[in-house]
Design a protein around this ligand. Structure first.
Ligand SMILES: Nc1ncnc2c1ncn2[C@@H]1O[C@H](COP(=O)(O)OP(=O)(O)O)[C@@H](O)[C@H]1O
Ligand SMILES: [Mg+2]
Length: 413
């Protein structure tokens, strides 16, 4: 596979990394895409398995047909057969119409069966049949239906254990596994870890409208030697925490170590340790931060409202009595800063992570804190059993402000 072709794919799907194992994965995905072979993607949780079936579908002759991603672990056992293989009218209470199921609607397209190891045994038998013959019988039906669906499945490494415990059919495993694709864990990707950190730092800078965090040499070393049990997903979460919580924008190993779980086996959120302050969880830190942002935003809004009321009064006076000397417009600096549109997103991931500088945030208003504010209010009220006075006290805002916010979020009923 030519390097430029790989670069194209990475850019198109926002895939960051250049290690041999990742390049090999993409290479295999592109090679098998034009065929109808079943592909089984195996890898730990959080390694990025979900990107691959999309790459396969989009580069296959089926690209103009339907693509469905189904998380087999999240569909209840009682309905999964009907979801996948459809049902006939009246086959169970609530089956008021015939349903084609995913295997019906995805005909000629691709189905991605994520967490395939979670399928119940009965469903596995149906799946094996449709894979081998292209035929299936809907729930409650007798008539055989035909379908032409390409299957890409994904599983974490525990599927072998599931086979040994009799929870997963070995014959189905081999049938799905015509082409195995092994996603490498993050800890084996060397410098890619740093590239991914840069990508996520950039995304968070954009999301929270703040300067991007950068790593110093010591921090890079720490990042590359950590075990990453939660893989890319964990790195993304930690980058988000650092971006939001660290007052420093240049991250040292010492700062970074506060965000990385001490127990390397653990995938839980990092606990922040500060000298003299004892332990407090990230959740609390975040709440405090949100609280400050929330209040600041309120103040800016109040100021804006008051200024526009004032301006309106002035305008009214001017139109009502033209003899009154013209009031000079107030200097722009006394008005709240106007909202400046956020800079357009950078053209590509590669360009983006090459960028060394991001404009600092200009305007509090542009922070999208609505959801956060609402959540905070709800939580504070919950903790105080609906007592508004106490909730306001806890949040450090006046009763009036609390009432206004409740109204604003439709919580005042
Ligand atoms: N190489 C990569 N480049 C950019 N983002 C990635 C990469 N690999 C994974 N991600 C991101 O990491 C997160 C977890 O990936 P996901 O495909 O859901 O993992 P899995 O299905 O293996 O548990 C997603 O947000 C995904 O976009
Ligand atoms: Mg997944």
């Amino acid at each position: 596979m030519k390097t430029s072709e790989l670069q194209n794919i990475k850019q198109r799907y926002n895939i960051v990394g250049n290690c041999d194992a990742l390049n090999h994965v993409l290479d295999v995905a592109l090679q098998v895409a034009p065929t109808d072979l079943s592909v089984l993607i195996v890898g730990e949780s959080g390694v990025g398995k979900e990107i691959i079936p999309r790459v396969i579908h989009d580069n296959s002759p089926r690209r103009r047909e339907k693509y469905f991603a189904i998380n087999c672990g999240s569909i209840p056992e009682g309905t999964i057969d009907s979801e996948l293989f459809g049902h006939v009218k009246g086959s169970y209470t609530g089956a008021i119409n015939d349903s084609p199921g995913y295997f019906g609607v995805a005909n000629k397209g691709t189905l991605f069966l994520d967490e395939v190891g979670e399928l119940p045994l009965a469903t596995q038998a149906r799946l094996l049949r449709v894979l081998e013959t292209g035929e299936y019988i809907p729930v409650g039906g007798t008539e055989i239906r035909k379908t032409d669906v390409r299957i890409v499945a994904a599983t974490n490494v525990n599927i072998r254990q599931a086979i040994s415990e009799g929870r997963f059919r070995e014959d189905l495993y081999y049938r799905l596994n015509s082409i195995p694709i092994q996603m490498p864990p993050l800890r084996e990707r060397g410098e890619d870890i740093i590239l991914l950190f840069r990508l996520f730092a950039l995304q968070m800078a954009e999301k929270y409208k703040m300067d991007r965090v950068v790593l110093d040499e010591g921090a890079k070393q720490l990042l590359m030697h950590y075990k990453w049990p939660g893989n890319v997903r964990q790195l993304k979460n930690i980058t988000e925490q650092i971006s939001v919580l660290s007052p420093e924008r240049t991250i040292t190993a010492q700062v970074l170590s506060q965000f990385i779980p001490q127990d390397q086996e653990s995938t839980q959120l990092a606990t922040i340790h500060r000298e003299g302050s004892g332990d407090h969880s990230f959740e609390n830190e975040r709440e405090i931060l949100y609280k400050i942002l929330f209040e600041l935003r309120g103040n800016v809004n109040d100021m804006r409202r008051e200024m526009s009321a004032l301006k309106k009064q002035l305008d009214d006076v001017q139109t009502a009595s033209p003899v009154v000397p013209q009031v000079e417009h107030m200097p722009a600096t006394t008005f709240p800063t106007p909202i400046t549109p956020h800079p357009a997103p950078v053209a590509s991931v590669e360009d983006a992570i090459a960028e060394e500088y991001i404009e600092p945030a200009q305007e509090m208003e542009s922070l999208n804190l609505n959801d956060i504010g609402k959540q905070m209010l709800e939580k504070a009220l919950e903790r105080n059993h609906g007592n508004r006075k106490k909730a306001a006290q806890e949040l450090g805002i006046s009763d009036r402000t609390l009432y206004r916010r409740l109204k604003q979020y439709g919580l005042d009923q």
